[in-house]
Design a protein around this ligand. Structure first.
Ligand SMILES: C[S@@+](CC[C@H](N)C(=O)[O-])C[C@H]1O[C@@H](n2cnc3c(N)ncnc32)[C@H](O)[C@@H]1O
Length: 220
């Protein structure tokens, strides 16, 4: 009976915290969290799918910050701004030891992605992992519009698409919302982006294996 209920469930963990990210962090209902660096960033940077050297990088929805530190350490950006809506997430991120050589490069800050002043800040690379796919469906256009405004003319948005929809999962239940590359293409093209390339990934953690795809977008 329990199993049946779980199979038929149309809610996500997020409903338990009133679909509120700050509360999810405050109550530590953060089931996506690995609590350690995600190995996928090592693959992305070492195989040069993702190039951030000397670039201004933005990571929206950085969570507990392990991945921003990895990107800094392996990718050597000029600057990396890692933001999250939750001050709890940011205080966890700030509690990690940051190698002294990155003290001026890496900045964690509590901020709403939609409130970044697009007339003041521009980035060469925006890294999206579990941010776009975590946003409720009606928010997707706003996310892509804001990315477009924040991106420098030759900048790129690097998305690690997860979870890929493989078996007709209900794509309206989330977050995270199951997604196909075509869904991204449709939305990103609507907002004047073009797909530059995709790369399949090998080093996904076991529960995410074959469910992640790297896609790089530029301004059309
Ligand atoms: C599913 S989590 C992914 C976190 C992280 N990227 C990871 O891979 O573990 C989505 C994150 O986005 C943050 N978030 C949601 N809305 C946001 C907003 N408007 N501005 C900034 N961060 C936001 C949440 O607090 C949460 O930490």
């Amino acid at each position: 009976m329990k199993l049946l209920r779980r199979t038929l469930s149309t809610t996500s963990f997020f409903d338990r915290v009133g679909r509120d990210w700050v509360r999810a962090w405050d109550e530590r209902l953060t089931p996506w969290e690995l609590g350690s660096p995600n190995p996928i960033y090592q693959e992305l940077i070492q195989k040069q799918h993702l190039a951030v050297q000397d670039k201004r990088v933005l990571m929206p929805g950085c969570g507990s910050g392990y991945d921003a530190i990895t990107v800094c350490r392996l990718g050597r950006p000029a600057s990396l701004t890692a933001i999250d809506l939750s001050s709890k997430a940011i205080s966890i991120a700030q509690s990690h030891p940051i190698p002294p050589q990155f003290k001026d490069t890496l900045k964690f800050q509590q901020q709403d992605f939609f409130s970044i002043d697009t007339t003041k800040y521009q980035y060469d690379v925006i890294i999206d992992y579990l941010f776009y796919s975590a946003m409720d469906i009606p928010m997707r256009s706003r996310v892509v519009e804001q990315m477009y405004k924040l991106l420098a003319p030759n900048g790129v948005v690097a998305t690690i698409i997860f979870p890929l929809q493989l078996n007709n999962e209900n794509e309206t239940v989330g977050p995270p919302y199951h997604m196909k590359l075509e869904h991204y293409i449709e939305k990103f093209q609507q907002h004047h982006f073009k797909l530059i390339r995709t790369n399949t990934l090998e080093d996904s953690i076991v529960p995410r294996r074959n469910r992640e795809l790297f896609a790089l977008w530029g301004k059309a």
